[in-house]
Design a protein around this ligand. Structure first.
Ligand SMILES: [Zn+2]
Length: 346
């Protein structure tokens, strides 16, 4: 049985981007209610802490951090046209970043085996000096940089199944070979980046794996792609830390995502990552909440992930998904990446 840590805190609800804004506090309210009802004795609560200035500066510029802090002076302001801030947004954002760092500390110190950081605001679009796409501080990137600095980790694998491209994570590690970033996304959606040939630069060439997906893809197609590509990365790169940017806006109910996945996919992916992790000596695994804007779809999806975590065993049977579309995608990604020899042979 895995010991599952969870980061949750009512203070994340204090970020209030507005009644009609999709990144609404109710997203977490629905999840927390479901945790109380269905996972009461299954989870180890991990206390989040505010990120320190030093931790924020692992990723963000001092000028940008100051700009975020200054939003505390107003009841309502805007960090980006789509990313408003309320008076306590800076506080929730610091707690989201610091909460993910605490999640990492908890798995590294073996307080738990895996941890799901149920935080907001989300982070994968946040750049060094800019908010955007509802994201303020880049929670996953700060956590990865903290792992490099504090725990001297040299091989980190970030998987991002949010329907949007995590341009922040992508850019922050683009020339870096300590981090492999793999994202599946619809690149006809915001932020319109993450094309096939965006594979990293300089010493980081081949360490960024961008996989645009088509709107008609289904659970089997996407699972097939993850099974084939992430398996190769797990076995070849042997990550010391795995961070999943867990956005659930590819769900069929999502008002923004326009995709057709069901919550079943997220359970399959969780089993897949846990099985692959077990094959490489069980390094720390963190799930970090990103998008997901249909309250019910989001609740169902998080429930599938936690159900998979609580029920996972070495004997978990993964679906034998076959997909012609998935096969074409995998072939294309391997062809693009084989010139680098990072996770696929030259
Ligand atoms: Zn998203």
């Amino acid at each position: 049985m895995l010991r599952i840590g969870v980061i949750r805190d009512e203070r994340f609800l204090e970020h209030k981007p507005g009644h009609t804004h999709p990144e609404h506090p109710h997203r977490l309210r629905v999840i927390y209610k479901m945790l109380d009802k269905e996972f009461e004795n299954d989870l180890i609560p991990i206390e989040p802490k505010l990120a320190s200035l030093e931790q924020l500066e692992l990723v963000h510029t001092p000028t940008y951090i100051k700009k975020v802090f200054k939003t505390a002076e107003h009841n309502f302001s805007c960090l980006a046209p789509d990313t408003p801030a309320s008076a306590k947004t800076y506080y929730a954002a610091c707690l989201a970043a610091g909460g993910c760092v605490e999640g990492l500390n908890a798995v590294v110190s073996k307080l738990c085996d895996v941890c799901f950081c149920l935080v907001r605001p989300p982070g994968h679009h946040a750049l060094a000096d800019r908010a955007g796409g509802f994201c303020i501080f880049n929670n996953a990137a700060i956590t990865a940089r903290h792992a490099i600095k504090a725990y001297k980790m040299r091989r980190i694998f970030i998987l991002d199944f949010d329907v949007h491209h995590g341009n922040g994570v992508n850019d922050l590690f683009y020339d870096c070979k300590e981090v492999i970033y793999m994202s599946t996304h619809d690149n006809f959606l915001y932020p319109y980046t993450g094309d096939w040939d965006e594979t990293g630069s300089g010493g980081g060439e081949g360490y960024t794996i961008n996989i645009p997906i088509l709107r008609q893809f289904n659970d089997e197609d996407l699972f097939y792609i993850y099974r084939e590509i992430s398996r190769d990365v797990f076995y070849r790169f042997r990550p010391e830390l795995i961070i999943v940017c867990a956005g659930f806006d590819a769900h069929e109910r999502d008002p923004i995502g326009r995709s057709h996945m069901t919550e079943k996919l997220y359970g399959w992916l969780t089993h897949l990552f846990l099985s692959l992790r077990a094959d490489i000596n069980s390094p720390p695994l963190l799930f970090v909440l990103e998008g997901g804007y249909d309250f019910r779809g989001l609740g169902y999806s998080v429930r599938e992930v936690l159900t998979a975590m609580t029920r996972h065993s070495d004997k978990a049977i993964l679906p034998d998904a076959e997909s012609d579309q998935g096969r074409m995608v995998v072939e294309k990604v391997r062809n693009i990446h084989k010139r680098y020899g990072v996770w696929v042979d030259q």
